[in-house]
Write a protein that binds this ligand. Structure first.
Ligand SMILES: NC(=O)c1ccc[n+]([C@@H]2O[C@H](COP(=O)([O-])OP(=O)(O)OC[C@H]3O[C@@H](n4cnc5c(N)ncnc54)[C@H](OP(=O)(O)O)[C@@H]3O)[C@@H](O)[C@H]2O)c1
Length: 405
């Protein structure tokens, strides 16, 4: 269970906070008038403890999200999607690091205001699509009534709720040629892919034509978006996925397919021309950096979205966990440098500008999102999570919040 302990520097933070408050305008909490919005309460799926799907409770008396920053908006959610991170978070994954990150964020952004802590009961869910119903006074990019999509920062309460709050720099107008449900499936997987390929590995329209890419887990949520982004950059892509997905990934523009369930997948892969980027969405249990190195061209990049940061901090505590993580990162980076390869960890983060580029690609029909054919409603969110968890999903699992229309 995530325990929110008082921070050792809390009294110092309070002093600094009151000092700043006395000489500056006080930080404003843009709370939502309750009259129009069911007396300031909403329906949300909450958990009181980490654990299995049994932890979910549907509550109709969860306080509405508070707009802490003048650049935040309040969104009425119309659809959301499930990601593996929602399952991991339900189990407690990342709790300690998120707690520490939030303390720092509170101190820097909210001048020590302690009330913006992610406390139990927690609402999970990162992805959303919905309509802005209220905005802070410094929001300039959006208006009330705009339909937007995005992925919430890990320190915010989630989107498995009637309403969620997000910063204006974290969201974007929804692509206008797809449904709300499809739009809600895009943000987290697109942001992760974009960061991995473009921001961290440095590939763009100028330097990618004719380069070769291997995507491990190419048919998955992140994998199928990453595959399309790589193809859009003019790369020749190989997909490592199960045979049942071969036709699908070929439709996405993949040139070569290899079935990871075949015994000789590695020798088959080794016979191919080498790669300039290997994007891993599956992790070191199956594909070690050292093994993948042998498949890279000199100067190539191995980028993985499976990082040990949260796991190490959960297991060893903040200081030891971060130290171990830094050691692993340094070791792999040095190994890469000494062998003329790059090694990168990619982590998603909310970014409205990236979502704007994703929207453009979607509207130009250069990027499509695969959504599972089974539909879930807000009332069935735990069933939707089980559906993904039990390996039934063939595409992103989306939730329609039609009961609130
Ligand atoms: N770092 C970040 O910020 C970040 C962001 C998003 C996701 N993630 C993590 O990234 C992982 C993938 O996320 P996702 O949303 O893409 O999940 P997903 O939709 O469940 O996709 C996982 C894919 O991996 C494939 N796969 C499983 N075992 C494999 C293997 N041994 N070799 C090759 N492919 C294999 C599966 O293919 P088959 O179905 O064909 O077996 C499936 O298509 C999750 O662990 C998630 O927590 C990290």
């Amino acid at each position: 269970m995530l325990k929110i302990k008082s921070h050792p520097f809390s009294s110092l933070k309070r002093t600094v906070y009151h000092a700043i408050k006395s000489i500056n305008e006080a930080p404003t909490l843009y709370s939502i008038p309750s009259a129009k919005l069911s007396a300031g309460r909403m329906q949300a799926w909450i958990i009181y403890y980490y654990g299995t799907n049994q932890q979910f409770t549907l509550s109709d008396s969860v306080p509405l999200p508070i707009i802490f920053s003048p650049k935040d908006v309040l969104i009425k959610v119309s659809a959301s999607s499930i990601n593996p991170i929602d399952i991991r978070r339900r189990e407690g994954y990342g709790g300690k690091l998120i707690d520490a990150y939030q303390s720092v964020k509170n101190f820097v952004q909210l001048r020590g205001n302690q009330s913006n802590k992610l406390e139990f009961p927690i609402t999970l869910g990162r992805d959303f699509c919905g309509e802005i119903i209220r905005k802070g006074p410094k929001v300039t990019k959006f208006n009330v009534g705009d339909k937007v999509y995005g992925a919430l920062d890990v320190t915010r309460q989630g989107s498995f709720a009637q309403y969620c709050a997000a910063g204006e720099d974290e969201i974007c107008l929804k692509p206008n040629n797809i449904s709300d449900a499809e739009a809600s499936a895009l943000p987290l997987v697109s942001l992760t892919s974009w960061y991995a390929i473009r921001k961290l590995s440095g590939f763009n329209e100028e330097n990618s034509i004719g380069k070769r890419a291997l995507v491990i887990g190419a048919a998955g949520g992140v994998g199928h978006i990453a595959t399309q982004l790589l193809n859009n950059l003019g790369m020749e892509t190989t997909a490592l996925c199960s045979q049942s997905s071969f036709d699908y990934v070929r439709q996405l523009g993949v040139e070569d397919t290899i079935d990871y369930r075949q015994k000789d997948w590695l020798s088959e892969l080794s016979q191919k021309a080498k790669y300039d980027i290997i994007l891993d969405t599956v992790g070191p249990k199956y594909y070690s950096f050292q093994l993948m190195n042998t498949l890279l061209n000199p100067g190539g990049t191995f980028v993985t979205i499976i990082t040990p940061i949260f796991r190490n901090v959960d297991k060893y505590g903040l200081i030891s966990g971060l130290s171990r993580t830094a050691y692993t990162a340094a070791k792999q980076t040095l190994y890469g440098w000494s062998n003329n390869f790059n090694y990168r960890w990619a982590v998603y983060r909310p970014d409205g500008e990236v979502l704007r580029q994703v929207k453009n690609l979607v509207e130009q029909n250069k990027l499509t999102i695969k959504v599972d054919s089974k539909e879930f409603s807000f009332e069935n969110i735990p069933q939707a999570i089980s559906y993904l968890e039990n390996g039934h999903a063939k595409g992103k699992v989306v939730i329609k919040y039609s009961s609130f229309r």
